[in-house]
Design a protein around this ligand. Structure first.
Ligand SMILES: *[C@@H]1O[C@H](CO)[C@@H](O)[C@H](O)[C@H]1NC(C)=O
Ligand SMILES: *[C@@H]1O[C@H](CO)[C@@H](O)[C@H](O)[C@H]1NC(C)=O
Ligand SMILES: *[C@@H]1O[C@H](CO)[C@@H](O)[C@H](O)[C@H]1NC(C)=O
Ligand SMILES: *[C@@H]1O[C@H](CO)[C@@H](O)[C@H](O)[C@H]1NC(C)=O
Ligand SMILES: *[C@@H]1O[C@H](CO)[C@@H](O)[C@H](O)[C@H]1NC(C)=O
Ligand SMILES: *[C@@H]1O[C@H](CO)[C@@H](O)[C@H](O)[C@H]1NC(C)=O
Length: 376
């Protein structure tokens, strides 16, 4: 059940303005944004998965016509759109090998959906202009990626290697890389020094792998990292030694039982923390574990909590659906209530717990003064 509040009236008399919308279990709307300025590559960004997918030009043009009118060299396995000469489309054609003689003009190389397992060590030697490299949905093996394979690609910024067979994070990526997408591989290891050079990396996707621990120097060097997705791995304890610059940390769908006090203080810029679908229990949540005033969003859904954990009053979005919460204790959200002391929470999800709307304590609206939506 969603209860929408007119927040000004709610402060004086909440019960009069409860609007009960019978659309139980409706999640927030996860919108898609059309982003057209990734070097001319139209991308649908799915904000829920954090995964863009490329709208290939294929299917919207006749390849034989373009081959006939295009005077530029083009590997026979690929398509070279005449109106976009820096792009090379070699995706979804069952390639087991990289086409020989990549044109030196290539900046966007589409190789997703093939059967590549690796490359010759000099495979990219002439592709020094490469900026975007799409290798999603191949069968890349760590043993077939030479450490020097990418090192000459000084203009490379975005590397997509989701859904492959990698067991280690690839070594030797050039220092200019900003996005590295390695989701849904079999990665269990980060070789020493892997990230040492990658000072410009802001996005690192490692969800759906087999990582269990983070060693002290595993992420060393990532001084600009902002988004780190470690969902769907094998973590049993909240990882330490994460880059302090991280502002979005996703650890959903692991096996975490708790969050130690003080562990988030090592992440002073953390704004979005997702810990849903773990096995978090009250006993594992140390008091003050979430005492971090930078936090904007905290997701704890699908766990085993029976109480609302203590959260900072600066928090704006709190997701606690599908736990076993039976008590609504206002002091978890507000230590005190006064003119200036109140919770900044705008959206609070408590649906799928053992609470009912009439069980809200009398003082809840004094604390949740700027609430927009509560789901119970
Ligand atoms: C790179 O270019 C040189 C000169 O055109 C050529 O001899 C060589 O085979 C090319 N290497 C690859 C890997 O394409
Ligand atoms: C990659 O992994 C899939 C299963 O995840 C397997 O079917 C395939 O044989 C593997 N490919 C290689 C080259 O090991
Ligand atoms: C890293 O980013 C900065 C700022 O955008 C840029 O000036 C610099 O050239 C980049 N470093 C590399 C190695 O590309
Ligand atoms: C959770 O992760 C496992 C692999 O660790 C995956 O098989 C499963 O689909 C994930 N579940 C969700 C809901 O994402
Ligand atoms: C929360 O952190 C602040 C400063 O970081 C500290 O002063 C306060 O005592 C902490 N509160 C709890 C309950 O740990
Ligand atoms: C609410 O939590 C506070 C602090 O944890 C505790 O002292 C108080 O007894 C709790 N109130 C109820 C009604 O459970």
């Amino acid at each position: 059940m969603l209860i929408s509040l007119d927040r000004h009236v709610a402060y004086s008399s909440p019960l009069l303005v409860l609007v009960l919308v019978l659309s139980a279990m409706h999640g927030p709307v996860w919108g898609s944004t059309l982003d057209v300025d990734y070097g001319g590559v139209p991308l649908w960004i799915n904000r829920f998965l954090g995964e863009p997918s490329v709208l290939s030009l294929r299917g919207r043009m006749d390849p034989s016509w373009f081959r006939a009118v295009n005077t530029q060299s083009c590997p026979s396995e690929c398509e070279c759109p005449v109106q976009w000469p820096t792009a090379l489309y070699c995706d979804h054609r069952a390639l087991g090998e990289l086409p020989a003689e990549l044109p030196a003009r290539t900046q966007y190389l589409f190789l997703q959906g093939n059967q590549l397992t690796g490359f010759r060590p000099d495979a990219f030697a002439n592709a020094t202009g490469l900026r975007w490299l799409f290798l999603d949905r191949n069968q890349l093996l760590s043993g077939r990626l030479d450490a020097g394979l990418f090192s000459g690609l000084t203009r490379l910024v975005n590397v997509f290697m989701n859904n492959n067979n990698l067991t280690e994070v690839p070594m030797g990526l050039p220092a200019g890389v900003r996005q590295l997408r390695l989701a849904y591989n079999h990665i269990e290891k980060i070789p020493p020094g892997t990230f040492e050079n990658l000072r410009n990396l802001t996005t690192l996707l490692l969800q759906g792998n087999r990582l269990k621990v983070v060693g002290e120097s595993d992420f060393k060097g990532l001084s600009s990292l902002s988004l780190l997705d470690l969902s769907g791995n094998l973590f049993e304890t909240f990882p330490r030694h994460l880059p302090p610059s991280v502002s979005q940390l996703y650890l959903s769908n692991n096996s975490l039982v708790g969050v130690e006090g003080g562990i988030l203080q090592g992440l002073p810029g953390l704004r979005y923390l997702r810990l849903g679908r773990n096995i978090l229990r009250d006993g594992g949540m140390e008091p003050g574990a979430f005492n971090l005033s930078s936090l904007v969003e905290l997701e704890l859904s699908y766990n085993q909590l029976t109480r609302i954990p203590v959260v900072p009053t600066t928090l704006q979005y709190l997701y606690l659906e599908a736990n076993q919460i039976s008590v609504f204790n206002v002091s978890s959200l507000c230590r005190e209530v006064s003119i200036t002391a109140y919770s900044r929470i705008k959206i609070l999800r408590l649906d799928g717990n053992k609470l009912r709307p009439h069980e809200l304590p009398a003082d809840w609206a004094m604390c949740l003064r700027v609430l927009h939506h509560i789901y119970i």
